[in-house]
Design a protein around this ligand. Sequence first.
Ligand SMILES: [Zn+2]
Ligand SMILES: [Zn+2]
Length: 364
Amino acid sequence: MKAKAAVFLGANKPFDVREFEVTGTPKGYGRSELIASGICGTDIHIFKGKLDMPFPSIIGHEFVGRLVDCDPEEAAKNGLAIGDNVIADIAVPCGKCLLCRTGDDANCVNMQVTNGESIEKPPYLYGGYAEVNYTPLSNLIKIPEGVNPRAAAIFGCPGPTVIHSARLAGRAGFEIGKDTVAVVQGLGPVGCFAVAYLKALGVKKLFAIGARENPARAKLLKKLGADEVLSIEKDGEENITAKLLKENGGLGVDLCLEASGAPSAITLGMNVLRNRGVYLIPGQYSNSGSISIPPEIITFKALRFIGSSQYSIIDVRDYLEFMRTRKDLEETILSLGTFYTVSDVNKAFSDAMAGKNVKTLLVK
Ligand SMILES: [Zn+2]
Ligand SMILES: [Zn+2]
């Protein structure tokens, strides 16, 4: 048996679609067959050379598949059985460093990943962009019965990313709930999930802001829970700022979540937050240049900035619980995906980079 995989050959080079022999499953690992594997913004940064990655390699960290081969006893210890639909979480925190010991394993300083093994070494297929994937059983999370695994793949990484940043707000003493007026900046996958999630947390009012006017996306965001969708292009930054500063009796909004990746978004967020407002920033995932900010706003408004870059396995579980309990959103979420075969990876990447899709995924 053979399986296709998209091999990364370095920045800005087309992926090479190669066939690999499907070998035996190493002890402690599960072999899964591809259901859908998302192309993340991070992968686009890697492709553009903004994030370093050794090559040749199989990148991709959003693999969703069906578990087909493993030691059943080992699987049971991890709450799994052959035939389960699973999400592969690539993060392997060390468990020993200061961050791991203090409940912050998402930011382990010795973080290892399950998809970084060499493609020369059997069983070769550790990365996400492949028809078959090998991941340690301890890094596979069962997708609950009744949840469409393709739908679960749409926000497989953006979902836990948002949930983790919201968790950090909670740890900083900020409760997101019925008294919260929230703003989501950026209407990509992280922004879309943030809208759905914040709405589910019961926020009082929810604004979503995109750079460009996009009526189709605005309609989707309203379905996911946005009360109002604004665009910098049509509404203008000044008007948006004035509008949002009217919230809370003229104080501004309680919470901003930055998911656009545009450095300039930060100034807008700072300006519209109320005194002691919370700024969650999971979206600035590569060096997109610098901006000058007026730091006295941070002091005078006593703002709380919370960065968030990775997530923990518990966030993946919470994401899947969200998908299980919000079946009403499943069809809308599924409609956000555009699917390409692994062989079509280069078309998938060029469409993703051209912004043609909300979420681009590879399937068999
Ligand atoms: Zn990702
Ligand atoms: Zn650690």
